[in-house]
Write a new protein. Structure first.
Lengths: 320, 327
């Protein structure tokens, strides 16, 4: 089949043109590449459009917002919105709380999910069926059903309003959406072949050595996925955070809050801050600035971790 | 040779035997403690509350046992619950396959060797961040997540010309939510991408050399390798749709929790009914996607059996031939 294809690339011959447009064994053709890029760019546009809109709006002054002719490019870069949004959300104090309430539980959760997933994929222990049942049930049952009982337990333990209300369940494998991360680890671990474990065991590895030297290097991607997802989930949670952590009804005034909780109370706190300033009502631009502030840290984390995500994946591919 | 075999047997029993399985509990230790502390009691209480009329007062929680009254009210008297549950069912049937298939296609696209795939991968992570937070509501408020309304009218008209009445609304709704569906598939895309990168490239190379087309490679190599992640993504999508704040049933539960007439007991019995339905759907998804995997394994086993039989036959023939030669 390959014999008939001329070796020299001449895009003006019939065969050459076909190869250029439709591709060959080694390379995708121009038309194929064009179609792929087109699809990717269209979807990217859908994802980027609202965020770009948000970013642009957050730089607009009040005049630009009202002016119909200003659509995409603000007449001047207005950093005042960001200044006000930082003030309204009390950024300096809130960001520390937010980091504590998202990074620590996410890291703990990933480690515990890894252990649980390994046990489920590698061993056949007694009560495994019950374990699966509980794992699925805690995932499926809406959090509303167990919210009040869980609140009572936290209250008994005296951890309402502290980091522990998030960290303790995460350390014990009961954080947000633990089941899905456990399942990711389960699937990644179950791709390890038993003969690999046998070989390691013949060389004198025990159960823990097999776990650390054989199993763990194969699930680097799962670690990064799990950490990213649970970081995002903890970061974005407002309902449970305002219930367990920043609950004002318990009486302690300096309880912890997160950026997202502040964002949900944006309007109220803005009014409180600007009381007596006359007609200084909240405009869309300041709100958008607040939203941009909330998602930027997550994007930065992803930009940094994404490199390792791809790298670790490639490394695993070589090891197999 | 025999020594090696006994050694291997020893190793096998050490690593996979009955004794070995005690190690599972060591790995599971934190999770089991968590279950004991944070799951058993809330679950038990949630079951208990669902049979009670619960009043949350300043002094504490007052429960009054009323048996199955809550459940009876949900199914017989409350019109909203059944209506919302039905619309949830239709949403699941339409959206779960679309989300999973779209995510798979997007991940396949991102997995090709295109220039600038790093940038695209970063862009495709945006929905993960946006959807799980309150930001999606803000975007929805702006109308950034739906198609322009004039298009939707045309779509509705076209659909209603050849489909029964009760299907028109969900499908035209689907078109208006098409962009929202794209937003919902962020996590699924990332998971598919991770597993696609783990597929052995040598195998694909070998298949290519044997003359397999890209189409055949996808069906024969890629798809079997990612089958388990397809199941996982379908399950995740189902549970996400079931428990997200945009679901009507969840809104009903949240509303009932705060109402004085219904109370927390009614809300928790509703939550149990909802999760029962979700569990049934989960089982269906599991059977649908798992069944195929079993068929594949069965085929493999059958081929292995056949090969063994042939091997035995060949040996017998050889032995016969040897005997004859000796004779």
């Amino acid at each position: 089949m390959l014999k008939n294809v001329p070796m020299r690339k001449n895009p003006f011959s019939k065969e050459g043109a076909r190869r250029f447009l439709l591709g060959s064994y080694e390379e995708k053709g121009f038309l194929v590449k064009f179609a792929l890029y087109l699809v990717l760019i269209v979807i990217s546009y859908i994802y980027l459009y609202p965020l770009l809109y948000m970013l642009v709006t957050s730089f607009m002054s009040v005049d630009d917002l009202v002016n119909d002719s200003v659509h995409w490019i603000p007449t001047s870069l207005n950093f005042d919105n960001f200044k006000q949004a930082f003030e309204v959300m009390d950024f300096k104090n809130t960001i520390l709380d937010t980091l504590q309430l998202s990074v620590i539980p996410a890291a703990c959760q990933v480690v515990v999910c890894c252990l649980t997933g390994y046990a489920f994929s590698r061993y056949r222990f007694k009560g495994k069926a019950i374990g699966w049942g509980l794992l699925i049930l805690t995932f499926v049952l809406p959090s509303q059903a167990t919210m009040v009982p869980t609140y009572l337990i936290f209250k008994d333990m005296n951890i309402i309003g502290t980091v522990w209300a998030f960290v303790l369940p995460a350390v014990l494998g009961q954080g947000f959406k633990t089941t899905i991360i456990t399942l990711v680890f389960f699937l990644f671990f179950s791709q390890i072949s038993t003969s690999q474990i046998e070989a390691a065991s013949l060389d004198g590895c025990g159960h823990f050595k097999v776990f650390f030297y054989i199993a763990l290097p194969c699930v680097g991607a799962a670690f990064i996925i799990g950490f990213l997802f649970s970081l995002v989930w903890y970061w974005n949670e407002t309902y449970l955070t305002s219930m367990y952590i920043s609950n004002s009804s318990i009486g302690n005034t300096n309880s912890m809050t997160t950026l997202l909780v502040k964002l949900s109370q944006f309007e109220a706190s803005y009014k409180l801050l600007n009381e007596g300033n006359g007609d200084n009502t909240l405009n869309e631009a300041i709100r958008m600035a607040g939203t941009v502030i909330c998602i930027t840290p997550l994007l930065v984390v992803y930009f940094c971790l994404q490199k390792y995500f791809v790298q670790s994946v490639d490394m695993v591919g070589l090891k197999d | 040779m025999k020594e090696n075999k006994t050694l291997l047997k020893k190793v096998k029993s050490r690593m996979f035997g009955r004794e070995a399985n005690w190690y599972a509990y060591i790995f599971l230790l934190p999770w089991i403690i968590g279950i004991a502390f944070f799951v058993i009691r809330p679950l038990a209480l949630a079951i208990y509350y669902s049979f009670c009329e619960v009043n949350i007062t300043a002094r504490g929680i007052v429960c009054e046992w009323i048996g199955f009254d809550n459940f009876q009210e949900i199914w017989v008297k409350d019109i909203n619950f059944i209506e919302q549950e039905l619309s949830f069912l239709i949403q699941v049937i339409l959206q779960v396959p679309i989300i999973v298939i779209f995510a798979l296609l997007a991940a396949l696209l991102l997995n090709t060797n295109l220039k600038g795939k790093g940038i695209f991968r970063t862009i495709f992570f945006l929905p993960v961040i946006v959807v799980s937070g309150p930001i999606i509501n803000e975007l929805q408020g702006q109308g950034a997540t739906s198609v322009a309304s004039s298009d939707q009218m045309i779509v509705t008209q076209v659909i209603s010309s050849f489909l029964p009445e009760w299907l028109v609304e969900p499908i035209s709704g689907l078109f208006s939510q098409l962009i929202l569906i794209l937003w919902y598939s962020g996590i699924q895309i990332i998971m598919f991408l991770a597993i696609l990168q783990k597929i052995d490239l040598n195998m694909i190379e070998a298949a290519k050399i044997d003359g397999a087309t890209g189409w055949e490679i996808f069906w024969k190599i890629t798809l079997p390798a990612i089958r388990s992640i397809i199941l996982l993504n379908a399950v995740y999508t189902l549970v996400y749709l079931a428990n997200s704040g945009t679901n009507g049933v969840i809104n009903l539960i949240s509303a009932a929790m705060l109402k004085a007439t219904r109370g927390y007991g009614y809300a928790s019995s509703m939550a149990w009914m909802h999760s029962l339905i979700v569990l049934v759907l989960l089982g269906l998804i599991f059977l649908m996607l798992k069944g195929k995997a079993d068929a594949f394994l069965k085929k493999q086993k059958k081929i292995a059996k056949e090969n063994k039989r042939r091997e035995r036959q060949r040996r017998r023939w050889e032995a016969d031939a040897k005997k004859r030669a000796d004779a």
